[in-house]
Design a protein around this ligand. Sequence first.
Ligand SMILES: *[C@@H]1O[C@H](CO)[C@@H](O)[C@H](O)[C@H]1NC(C)=O
Ligand SMILES: *[C@@H]1O[C@H](CO)[C@@H](O)[C@H](O)[C@H]1NC(C)=O
Length: 368
Amino acid sequence: MLVSQLPGSLLIALLPVLLLCWADLCHGIPDRHKRDILKQQEASRQIGGRVLLTEKERQLNTQLQKLKEQEMAGPQFPPAMHFFKARPLIQRSPVFNLLRKMPKGAALHIHSLSLVDVEWLVKNVTYRPHCYMCVTEDGSVRFRFSSRQPRCHLQCFPWVLLETLRRKLGNTSDLDDSLMRKLTLFTADPEAAYSSQDVVWQRFEQAFAAASGLVGYAPVFKDYFYQGLQQLHADNIMYLELRSGLSGAYELDGSTHDRAWCLQAYQDVTRQFVFRHPGFLGARIIFTVHRSQTISTMKERMKEAIDLQKAFPEVMAGFDLVRDCSIMATLLSTSSFTVLFQGRRFGFSIGRDQIGPTPPPPRLPHYW
Ligand SMILES: *[C@@H]1O[C@H](CO)[C@@H](O)[C@H](O)[C@H]1NC(C)=O
Ligand SMILES: *[C@@H]1O[C@H](CO)[C@@H](O)[C@H](O)[C@H]1NC(C)=O
């Protein structure tokens, strides 16, 4: 098509382009300088593209790139392996150790019972006095701090005082290792041990149930949270949003504390921690409710959450529903429930726990 056949307005629009092409054609080759500017402009639009690196930062960047290339060229590449097998390699990885030191914004999705390394739970918490343990029918464990022998459960007995058990054993490293295995999902052959999502969920919840007896003991509750903040701070994380069921805490004599006590404890410990570590920005709590509750219980929890947020605006960040997403569809169709949601800001998440042939659930409010 000849240029003269183009409509007038299009011709005007195309004119600069045509002139540019013509100018370049005169030189016979594309203008490298212009191409470089274009590439620079494109790079500046990437995330962090406008950040200018200092000389030292540039050196670090080069070093990091070199370490990454070395790791990729190695015989085992941790990101391509099952996490259980990759974990020891990651812990030894120079890339990981460099990344650990680098500043990171916030940890936004940590559940209260998996905040702290299990090694600390076993080596520190289970060594405290008055710690009892029992083994359930399906081989999981439960813990309880108590000033006297705890009452027996049908599915979990007898309660043994860990101090006595350890004294009898002498060498406690096997016992400690087995406790650590009960508190995590680690196993030598994960594909065989966890044949389906249901199996792994069950083990996951057993591990949380075991940890809850330790973390729920009031003095441990505070130390545990402080320890968690310390571990995050050591990884150069500056802010935490912790998901917690706020299911209370207990004392040696069996007396218990409510959700408000837990929030107060989180608030006190956070303030104390920030005071000692001024670079740390703080921590807030997202109240979590298990989706398997009945609708009326959920409504009650939601109302409770709203009241708790009024009482603890500094530390209470929101409300979250955990586990299987499918029940939420039923919930949302209940009009009185949606009234509770009005005027709240929502976070949305797509069912991350749905892997496999089941279609993903619809997008549903996840937390506020
Ligand atoms: C305790 O037992 C473990 C393995 O069962 C062994 O590796 C360790 O050396 C023993 N520790 C002591 C102090 O004997
Ligand atoms: C356990 O942790 C507490 C802090 O939470 C610390 O004061 C204590 O020294 C630790 N004990 C052991 C045996 O590591």
